[in-house]
Design a protein around this ligand. Structure first.
Ligand code: SGN
Ligand code: CA
Length: 545
């Protein structure tokens, strides 16, 4: 109700000049897919320089403990849209359907008179609700000459996906924006998702670079439970020379016929082998001219592989794969950064910057070789945390850093409050407004809740839930095991020592157990719900067989 009054207030003052202006702020929500905070120079400048994304840190707020509720793509997006945990919005993993009858925050913006649009990767559905205009990638989408799903028709657009999503966004700003309405723009990048295909010129540029290895690249997973040991996301064992490192399929064949290194037996006792079709479904999208450009670097990679692979030991192979991984991953980030720059420049030139809240985040973090891994899913920091930078001129003091435990769960309510729209009472987050406006004394959250479900599935990260405060992390892995882990985040920032059974921490442990139970009650999660989702998984698999 209070917002209705403030709106009337704004309208009345301005209508005295014979025109009613809507002064509510615009929102530009920029999200990339799998962008690790380690690959944003405002957070960490050892790997890459991202001057454009860094502008948001310089001119706004940077959260260093921002995290997700469930570190995987579609569930993260469902949480962002609904303001609810996975166990309530039902999108617990990438496979389960999203219940489109639910209220999502863009619908509330549209209803409240905002003009709304979405371009890029959503990851589920083909008809996002609450957006006036959209072109979205089907599922994961493609990097090269991607297909987009539209309101009226689908279309294939020639070019590189990150540039295209930006072109669409800029075109909307320039040609479709209703100047009488505030806007909500969801500008959603596909990059840097696996298989990390850069634009051809960046591919060539980054192939020449060498990157520092993380301290835990050769982690042996000792002092932890079975989940870290059995996950299938190790660079040496599970990353593929062909599809990931981009060695030509023909070269792989020539080198070993049966592709000795690339085949492994997974937890489900399946033989996993490289799939040339997967390689060609990506590279093969390029037209002849694009292929010619890619081929220059692809040939270099394969020549190098041919020369070095036969004489490399496992340590050297790990290092080789790490460099290849970083070269491509960071090359895709470089395009994201350039394109964010294009959009920020447009805001400056058009004057829209002054009344636009710009948010940069990712659907989760990612491992860039930490613990020897790629991918995400775990509650361990690199995938649990996510970048979060917000600029809002005259509201957020430029250049501030904040280490509160904030979550993607909070986004919907934050945006709604900023736009003076009431949020539904069943949303589970908290508006970040006190932290944005420097009223930190009005923020009293001490810990957050996390729950990951997608198991058994690709990368084989066991189901787990837990509580995380600035100081500690307590986690329960369940389903085919029942194991607890606990970490001292301040003393053990690399999370190498499970202190669950350490008597020096028994009081902290008991306290965390109680707090975890309270959080589960508060957010309405329970063992019954775990059983419900496990049964759903089992039923689905039964019908499949
Ligand atoms: C694909 C990837 C996985 C990734 C999932 C989920 N394999 O299966 O590495 O974890 O998507 O990603 S790939 O060989 O097909 O690239 S998510 O971002 O959609 O959650
Ligand atoms: Ca993702």
């Amino acid at each position: 109700m209070k917002y209705i009054f403030s709106l009337l207030f704004v309208s009345t003052i301005l209508s005295s000049c014979n025109k009613v202006y809507d002064t509510r702020p615009n929102i530009l929500f920029i999200m990339s897919d799998d962008h690790a905070y380690q690959a944003i120079s405002a957070y960490d400048d050892r790997l890459i320089n991202t001057p454009n994304i860094d502008r948001l840190a310089d001119e706004g707020i940077m959260f260093t403990n921002a995290c997700v509720t469930n570190s995987i793509c579609a569930p993260s997006r469902a949480t962002i849209l609904t303001g609810k945990f996975s166990h309530l919005n039902g999108k617990i993993d990438n496979h389960s359907p999203f219940d489109t009858t639910q209220v999502t925050f863009p619908q509330l913006f549209k209803k409240a008179g905002y003009q709304t649009a979405m371009f890029g990767k959503l990851h589920f559905g083909n008809n996002p609700k609450g957006v006036d205009d959209f072109l979205i990638l089907p599922g994961q989408g493609d990097y090269i000459n991607p297909k987009f799903l539209g309101k009226d028709k689908d279309t294939i657009i020639t070019g590189y996906v990150t540039d295209i999503i930006t072109d669409l966004t800029l075109d909307w700003f320039k040609n479709k924006r209703d100047v009488n309405k505030p806007f909500l723009m969801m500008y959603l990048h596909k990059a840097p998702h696996r298989a990390w295909w850069p634009r051809a010129d960046k591919f060539a540029e980054f192939y020449e670079k060498k990157f520092p290895e993380p301290k835990t690249l050769f982690d042996d997973y000792s002092n932890r439970g079975s989940a870290a040991k059995s996950a299938e996301m190790n660079l040496l064992t599970h990353m593929r020379y062909m599809e990931d490192s981009k060695v030509w399929p023909a070269t792989i064949k020539e080198m070993g016929g049966a592709e000795p290194e690339i085949v492994y037996v997974n937890e489900r006792k399946n033989l996993v082998r490289s799939n040339p079709n997967q390689f060609f479904s990506r590279y093969g999208r390029a037209n002849d001219e694009q292929k010619a450009e890619y081929d220059v670097t692809l040939n270099k990679i394969s020549d190098d592989f041919k020369k070095n692979w036969p004489v490399m030991d496992d340590t050297q192979k790990m290092r080789w794969k790490f460099q290849r991984y970083m070269q491509d991953y960071l090359a895709t980030i470089s395009s994201v950064d350039d394109n964010v720059g294009r959009v920020l420049n447009y805001l400056d030139e058009s004057g829209l910057d002054k009344n636009t809240i710009v948010v940069y985040t990712s659907d989760q973090g990612f491992y860039l070789g930490e613990h020897g891994w790629f991918d995400k899913r775990f509650i361990y920091d690199e995938s649990f945390k996510t970048p979060l930078l917000i600029r809002w001129p005259n509201k957020i003091k430029p250049g501030i850093t904040n280490d509160e435990m904030v979550q993607n769960l909070d986004f919907a309510q934050t945006f709604l409050e900023a736009a003076m729209i009431d949020s539904p009472s069943d949303m589970q987050g908290e508006s970040l407004m006190p932290l944005l406006t420097g009223n930190n004394e009005n923020w009293d959250r001490e810990e957050v809740y996390y729950h990951y479900y997608e198991y058994p599935s690709v990368h084989m990260v066991k189901r787990h839930y837990g509580i995380v405060s600035k100081d500690y992390k307590l986690v329960r892995f369940y389903y085919d095991v029942d194991e607890w882990e606990m970490y001292d985040r301040k003393k053990d920032p690399y999370e190498l020592n499970n202190i669950y059974d350490d008597n020096n921490y028994s009081e902290v442990r008991e306290d965390l157990h109680i707090r975890l139970e309270l959080l589960r009650k508060k957010y309405k999660d329970s063992d019954e719900l775990n059983d419900f989702y496990i049964q759903k998984y089992l039923d689905k698999n039964k019908t499949r067989n």
